[in-house]
Design a binder for this molecule. Structure first.
Ligand SMILES: Cc1cc2nc3c(=O)[nH]c(=O)nc-3n(C[C@H](O)[C@H](O)[C@H](O)COP(=O)(O)O)c2cc1C
Length: 364
């Protein structure tokens, strides 16, 4: 069938209990608009997400599962009663427009700073400085050597994720995405560049993936696996160095997640040139698709045409769009009518307020 007849991105998909109206997913994006002290979602966030409710699925910005998981200003949480109440406004507004919305569960681990914890150290699998910068309440600062979580504390963090998922359901979310990407805590456990532990959470690939698997099992047990997505970034080099054998690591992890009834697996393509790195997979979706039985979502750098191609080729079932959704609340409609897109204003991505947040125009 000619592309002008039916665009693959615009066809519906049955995903567990959900009927997705199309395959255009809004990617998770931190926008730093929450109330800072309590990390509580505010009214303009309900407006922002409901403006984008025509997406087949919305995945919210990363939301901390505990006060210990924070690494940025004005990012929302999902651990307090007030946060649950704040999120209810968001889910209600999206559902009123017929949308489906998952909350992204997040713990930054070592990508943080003592300024967030009254001088206490951020936590991580091992005391290794990520050698990056953190946006603290007192400005941009160099990261520090984090404190190693005890074995008992690792189990506490697993419970924080489970509680976060339960809270998300109470707040009206349809499901959750476990944030295992972009150099944050779960990826820190997965990769031997950040994990030097000697307990059951370190060493072999099986041990390094235990933290992720316990989270997925715990969260799935609490809210149903078909309401749980997992995000991984096998080609990521941001916030964290590669694993000594990134390819083998992710083949094993994705193999373990395959066929276990998850809502979806969400893979990021490379965001930077990784061609010179040993054992790095350059074409993520193509390499890992055969290893995962279930719904596969791909992301990073797609537009309407490449998104349609990746679906029609069978390599992915869903495509998540990040930046295009920031500046085009009506992205689905624009795809449908092949309309030009608004250009994004980078300077307002992480800035508070309504500018560059809820004021992008829909097409006439
Ligand atoms: C402003 C901004 C905030 C982001 N925040 C998150 C986040 O909270 N969680 C996450 O997993 N990825 C985050 N990302 C990554 C996006 O989900 C996505 O992977 C990235 O934008 C690439 O997709 P694109 O090329 O369609 O924009 C963020 C990206 C941007 C631009």
């Amino acid at each position: 069938m000619a592309e002008s007849d039916v665009q693959p991105l615009l066809t519906p998909l049955e995903m567990g209990p959900f009927h997705l109206r199309n395959r255009v997913v809004m990617a998770p994006m931190t926008r730093n608009r929450a109330e800072n002290e309590g990390k509580i979602p505010v009214e303009i966030m309900a407006t922002y997400y409901s403006q984008r409710a025509s997406a087949g699925l919305i995945i919210t910005e990363g939301s901390q599962v505990s006060p210990q998981g924070v690494g940025y200003m004005n990012t929302p949480g999902i651990h307090s009663k007030e946060q649950v109440e704040g999120w209810k406004r968001v889910t209600k507004a999206v559902h009123e427009r017929g949308g489906t919305i998952f909350l992204q569960l997040w713990h930054v681990g070592r990508v943080s700073h003592p300024d967030f914890y009254g001088g206490d150290l951020p936590v991580a699998p091992s005391p290794i400085n990520p050698e990056t910068e953190a946006y603290t309440p007192l400005g941009l600062k160099k990261t520090v050597v984090p404190r190693e979580l005890s074995t008992a504390e690792v189990r506490d963090v697993v419970r924080d994720f489970v509680r976060g998922a339960q809270n998300a359901r109470e707040a009206g979310f349809d499901g959750v995405e476990v944030h295992g990407a972009n150099g944050y805590l779960i990826e820190q456990f997965l990769r031997d560049s950040a994990n030097h532990r000697t307990d059951e959470y370190g060493g072999s690939i099986e041990n390094r993936s235990r933290f992720l698997m316990e989270i997925v099992d715990g969260v799935g047990g609490a809210i149903g696996r078909n309401r749980v997505g997992v995000r991984l970034s096998p080609a990521n080099t941001w916030n964290i160095p590669p694993d000594s054998d990134t390819k083998r690591l992710y083949e094993a992890v994705i193999g373990r997640l395959s066929g276990t009834g998850l809502a979806y697996l969400h893979l990021r393509e490379k965001a930077a040139d990784v061609s010179g790195i040993p054992n790095m997979v350059v074409n993520v979706t193509e390499h890992f698709r055969p290893l995962f039985k279930g719904i596969l979502m791909t992301n990073t750098g797609f537009d309407r045409e490449s998104g349609n191609r990746v679906i029609s080729s069978g390599l992915a079932d869903l495509v998540a769009f990040g930046v295009p959704f920031i500046s085009n609340p009506d992205l689905v409609e624009r795809f449908k009518r092949k309309l030009p897109l608004n250009a994004p204003d980078q300077s307002t991505f992480y800035m508070g307020g309504v500018k560059g947040y809820i004021d992008y125009p829909t097409h006439a």
